[in-house]
Design a protein around this ligand. Structure first.
Ligand code: NAP
Length: 251
């Protein structure tokens, strides 16, 4: 197989959750560049979503949008129905909030559990049968450096990310013989909207930078390149791995 063919996603349909912005957007645009038909998803239809779809179409790619709040089981069901058949599932959307364990309300615990873990389980459960029938599928979860080194102010987020990785390992083992790979990509600190506020605090920013051997924050595109490998034929024998894209922060 030549290099182009190994990364060619023509004819594949991909859902990237949380792809209106940040890492999900970069992954969606890269998979679209490789030829996949992309479903851009976010909690709501907004200008980020529209701009992402327009950018893909302007580049000659194919994309459509579905809005669904993953905190709501009813909306997750609607998302599944609206998607139809799927070859590539990227579980990227997540909810987090910086607070100590003692400050957590049951509602906030529940929200993070729903968005980060339960909806992922439901999406996998819904789309695996089709992948099994077609003997080809790619499932990629976006984890976090926090699954390895939990931040004191992200206790439930970290827990759900570690649990999601465990679920991916389970699925990898179960579905490998069907031509389905299941992996986890764990970013470190990547410059996206979610980090803007916390990293505006210079003292905190320097403290975090000191924890990164590479000495800099990452870019969303640096996650997307690995995602393409794991979602294409080039990654057909890679399953059950958890790869950090963190400039060494996981060490
Ligand atoms: P981001 O810039 O905050 O974007 C989040 C995306 O997820 C948006 O498209 C957002 O849509 C969607 N989303 C959030 N909550 C949702 C919900 N309840 N239902 C549906 N969609 C929802 O995030 P990011 O920084 O790119 O992070 C992407 C992934 O990488 C996440 O899983 C995150 O945990 C992980 N990660 C990020 C970093 C980092 O440093 N950035 C580090 C480690 C791990 P709306 O705007 O419509 O809500």
């Amino acid at each position: 197989m030549n290099l182009k063919k190994m990364f060619d996603l023509n004819g594949r349909i991909a859902l990237v959750t949380g792809s209106s912005r940040g890492i999900g957007q970069a992954i969606a645009m890269t998979l679209a560049d490789a030829g996949a038909q992309i479903i851009i998803h976010a909690s709501r239809n907004d200008s980020h979503m529209e701009k992402t779809v327009a950018a893909i179409r302007n580049n000659g790619g194919q994309a459509r949008t579905i809005a669904a709040d993953l905190a709501s089981p009813e909306e997750v069901k609607k998302l599944i129905d609206a998607v139809g058949e799927l070859d590539i599932l990227v579980l990227n959307a997540s909810a987090q909030s910086y607070q100590s364990l003692e400050d957590f309300t049951p509602e906030e615990f529940h929200r993070q559990y729903e968005v980060n873990l339960r909806s992922s389980f439901e999406l996998v459960q819904a789309f695996v049968p089709g992948m099994k029938n077609r003997r080809w599928g790619r499932i990629l979860a976006i984890g976090s450096v926090n699954q390895h080194k939990p931040s004191a102010r992200l206790p439930i987020y970290s827990t759900t990310k570690a649990a999601l990785n465990n679920l991916m390992n389970n699925c990898a083992r179960q579905y490998a013989s069907f031509g389905i790979t299941v992996n986890n990509l764990a970013p470190g600190v990547i410059m996206t909207d979610r980090n803007v506020d916390v990293l505006n605090d210079e003292a905190y920013r320097n403290k975090v930078l000191a924890m990164i051997p590479a000495g800099r924050f990452g870019k969303a595109e640096e996650c997307a390149s690995l995602a393409l490998l794991l979602c294409s034929d080039a990654g057909s024998y890679i399953t059950g791995v958890d790869i950090s894209v963190a400039g060494g922060m996981q060490l």
